[in-house]
Write a protein that binds this ligand. Structure first.
Ligand code: G1P
Length: 313
């Protein structure tokens, strides 16, 4: 019987350069998607998998994360007095959860962030959730991965097929399909060129890891971008243990990127009971406006294409 996955690590110490200037003094993980910060979606996803211990790796300018998951006495009292029950329920829903915070002293990479969690994780298997990979709340990706870990007892990585043009943004695996949607991994490369990529199967930000990864991370030298890369550590782990990949076919947004963030915002807003109706109407209006604009531009370009001498007569 394998140990149960009870702990989850949420790396949140990165610099968030893709969202500057917004992230100059505020954490990227606190950027809201509609009305909830990105990291809260990841925490709620872990709750659905019966995770009991939540370990957040923070860094400079990340204190807002701790405040967000703390109780807010004054605000709660105010909501009680003004009888705003729904809001009160919303902001106290996670008050019972115990978070552990570890400060990553320098942004030395994802692998280094994971290594910082070692004293809390110790010798247990654990989940890793990258909060800028936003998964639709109705998906069961992490739960499925936990189930697969319970069966196989080794590290499990979430994978997604990505277009070749996107491959350089991800850790990419090589492997052999073992069952439908499950790959036995035999190679891993962090952010390869499309020529060097072993496949178009990219690692997305959900992992179940065995604790042996820590010993490897401890000795690892910096890799791509001068950072301690988790993908490099996993390639080393592969020499000692099997690693499996689980293909995710549901909806994920790369909200660490401006375009992905906007897509997530639009899709979540379309489902938000408070705004979905007017927002749908608004998007329809915009779509119509863009259609009209294109139509007018097409007409203009037809006019321009009439040779000048024909116009003169
Ligand atoms: C990190 C990992 C990469 C993985 C990606 C998923 O990269 O290093 O292997 O594919 O997350 O989002 P980052 O997006 O932090 O550059």
């Amino acid at each position: 019987m394998h140990k149960r996955v009870k702990k989850a690590v949420f790396p949140a110490g990165g610099l968030g350069t893709r969202f500057l200037p917004a992230t100059k003094a505020s954490p990227k993980e606190m950027l809201p998607i509609v009305d909830k910060p990105m990291i809260q979606y990841a925490i709620e996803e872990a709750i659905t998998c019966n995770i009991e211990e939540f370990i957040i790796i923070t860094g400079k300018y990340k204190r807002a994360i701790e405040d967000h998951f703390d109780s807010a006495y004054e605000l709660e009292e105010n909501l009680k007095k003004t009888d705003k029950k729904k809001l009160l329920e919303e902001i106290t829903r996670l008050n019972h959860i115990n978070f552990a915070y570890i400060r990553q002293k320098a942004a030395l990479g994802l692998g280094h962030a994971i290594l910082c969690a070692r004293p809390f994780v110790d010798d247990e298997p654990f989940a890793v959730l990258l909060s800028d990979d936003v998964i639709e709340p109705e998906e069961t990706l992490l739960l499925d991965m936990v189930g697969l870990y319970e069966k196989l007892g080794c590290s499990i990585l979430a994978l997604e097929e990505v277009p070749v043009t996107e491959i350089h943004k991800y850790g990419v695996i090589g492997g052999i399909a073992s069952e439908d949607g499950i790959y036995k991994i035999n190679d891993l490369i962090e952010k390869p060129t499309k020529e060097k990529a072993p496949s178009n199967l990219a690692i997305i930000g959900r992992y179940i890891l065995t604790p042996e990864i820590f010993g490897i991370l401890e000795k690892l030298t910096p890799g791509r971008g001068g950072e301690i890369q988790l993908t490099d550590a996993l390639r080393e782990l592969l020499k000692k243990q099997s690693i499996y990949g689980y293909i995710f076919k549901g909806k994920r947004y790369d909200a660490g990127d401006k375009f992905g963030y906007l897509k997530a915002t639009i899709n979540f807003a379309l489902k938000n009971p408070e705004v979905s109706e007017p927002f749908t109407q608004y998007l329809q209006d915009i779509a119509q406006m863009l259609k009209n604009k294109r139509h007018n531009e097409d007409r203009k370009s037809v006019n321009y294409s009439i040779p000048l001498k024909d116009n003169i007569i």
